[in-house]
Design a binder for this molecule. Structure first.
Ligand code: F6P
Length: 529
């Protein structure tokens, strides 16, 4: 396939970006009262307003043409069909099959998860001394942590009272130590979540948790206090977990796409299997939309293309995700892995080095906290940072005026970012202000935003939103001609950490390191002496 920059639509978009440099969204809105209707999409209870972008109908036509020329539809169909599109690992990419039904092995694991979740929740599954489980600790990292913790936090209103779900990921012993302080061994269940069951951090944490339990309840207690989620049965057995208590998944489920698989067991325990099923159903609805809606009316396609527009034609390097929804406070962290581990690549699918920009920097915080932290730079800094704003029209916590206050901010920020404030407007508000002072109060505006408004953050809607972002990432990976499903970039640091480990613990002198690393190893040892 041709590289994206060689596609005719890419060249047309470069020219068009030059033309668009002179236009301001204020004018685009003033000239077109139908802009909201033209540039918004609705699927079920989710509305995407993308009208506050630096686009015209012509921009969208060119972007759609780019998607067509890049073979997006063929690539999408290849993913859904189970073709081995993860070519550097020789794997299919079938997280959509986890929520679509139709695969007996998926149905069997879901059934097992359902029974297990129910048994923990209703007290049938007990600890070694007969106590009901009150604390569930998911031990995992990356995709075996971020999805489950994000969803678990997002769906707190659906949690069972008296059953606490905790997450330990960091190899920093503090994470485990502080979590164990909150747990009673007799009523704690550990879920060891690791696709490979070899990840250093997870194995270290799992062994520490096992030691803690065995010290208090004896080795016989492991069977009723540990279960595993993995693709690696021999390693699970070697760790000492009965494989009957292992929930399986498959190599065609990427780590960062795995919350829908057995990796979601902590979610199913927290919210119950029926609501976990609703989460899957919401994702399946978005899958169907992605698979069948025309490109121009396809939410993940539109969001993906807009990201390409800014990343590749307007020199934007970052993208902010701003949930005006406290329940989504871990969404930016989750999306950092989903997006940056997927599309942070600089080699094209044919092995050549790219000469175009790929994955963007994702960051964010819940609104309104972000407003009082980094929005200053988005409004008045020198960088172009497109933003996604997300909020629910209805709240699970109707406390006083809070939700209206929240929504007024959620609506005001994209408007402010789009409109800006001119020098004349500043002066009209402050007639006595000197020009040099007034300049500081001017807002250039023309800052692009997408707004995702949904009825209520329920499991089904959350499933839709997550799948929307998964497919957005897929669209961009195809447009950038990269493999979004490997992650070789995490390997080098792991290899070097293994070499350094004995140099920190033994008397060995630092081996072949640069003088900075060697100096730091010596300094650690000196401080510890
Ligand atoms: O960060 C690298 C990575 O391989 C992720 O892709 C994955 O989600 C994470 O490590 C955890 O891997 P595992 O589930 O095998 O422990």
């Amino acid at each position: 396939m041709a590289h994206p920059i060689d596609l005719p639509a890419w060249r047309d978009l470069s020219v068009h970006a030059g033309e668009m440099a002179a236009s301001h969204m204020r004018t685009l809105f003033a000239d077109d009262p139908g802009r909201f209707d033209r540039f918004s999409l609705r699927l079920g209870d989710v509305l995407l307003d993308y009208s506050k972008n630096r686009i015209t109908g012509h921009t969208m036509d060119l972007l759609i043409r780019l998607a067509e020329q890049a073979g997006l539809e063929t690539a999408r169909d290849a993913m859904f069909s189970g073709a081995k599109i993860n070519t550097t690992e020789g794997r299919a990419v079938l997280h959509t099959a986890l929520r679509g039904g139709g695969r007996p092995e998926v149905a069997a694991v879901l059934d097992k998860m359902g029974h297990f979740a129910q048994a923990v929740r209703n007290g049938d599954w007990r600890g070694a001394t007969g106590k009901v489980i009150t604390d569930v600790v998911n031990i995992g990292i990356g995709g075996s942590d971020l999805g489950p913790v994000m969803v678990s936090e997002a769906l707190r209103p659906y949690h069972k009272d008296g059953l606490r779900v905790r997450f330990v990921s960091n190899v920093d012993g503090t994470h485990m130590a502080e979590t164990l302080k909150l747990c009673d061994p007799e009523s704690t269940l550990f879920i060891v979540a690791s696709k490979t069951f070899t990840t250093q951090e997870t194995m270290a944490n799992a062994h520490t948790a096992k030691g803690w339990l065995v010290d208090r309840l004896g080795p016989g207690a492991v069977a009723s206090h540990f279960v595993a989620l993995s693709t690696n049965a021999p390693a699970v057995a070697a760790f000492g977990i009965d494989t009957d208590h292992m929930f399986e998944f498959w190599d065609w489920v990427g780590g960062r796409y795995s919350l829908w698989s057995a990796i979601g067991l902590s979610i199913a325990v927290a919210i119950g299997f029926n609501d976990f099923r609703r989460l899957l159903d919401g994702a399946a609805a978005m899958d169907e939309h992605f698979r069948s809606a025309p490109l121009a009316a396809n939410m993940p396609v539109v969001m993906g293309l807009l990201g390409v527009w800014y990343n590749n034609f307007m020199d934007a390097h970052a993208h902010a995700v701003l949930p005006y929804d406290q329940y989504l406070h871990r969404l930016p962290a989750y999306l950092q892995q989903l997006d940056m581990e997927s599309n942070g690549k600089s080699v094209a699918r044919d092995g050549s080095t790219v000469s175009w920009q790929t994955g963007t920097i994702i960051f964010g915080e819940p609104g309104t906290n972000g407003q009082h932290a980094f929005y200053q730079l988005i409004h008045q800094g020198t960088k172009l940072i497109p933003c996604d704003f997300l909020a629910a029209a209805n709240t699970h916590n109707p406390v006083g005026e809070h939700h209206t206050l929240l929504l007024s901010n959620f609506l005001a920020q994209p408007e402010a970012l789009m409109r800006g404030k001119t020098l004349d407007e500043v002066k009209a508000e402050n007639p006595d202000l000197a020009d040099a002072q007034a300049a500081h109060r001017v807002f250039a505006g023309n800052h692009p935003t997408n707004t995702l408004l949904y009825k209520l953050l329920d499991p089904y809607t959350l499933g839709m939103l997550i799948a929307l972002y998964e497919h957005k990432v897929f669209v961009q990976g195809i447009l950038w001609d990269i493999n979004s499903f490997d992650q070789w970039g995490v390997e080098l640091g792991k290899q070097l950490a293994k070499k350094i480990l004995p140099q920190l613990t033994g008397a060995d002198q630092p081996g072949a390191h640069d003088c900075s690393t060697a100096g730091l190893i010596n300094a650690v040892k000196a401080f510890q002496a």
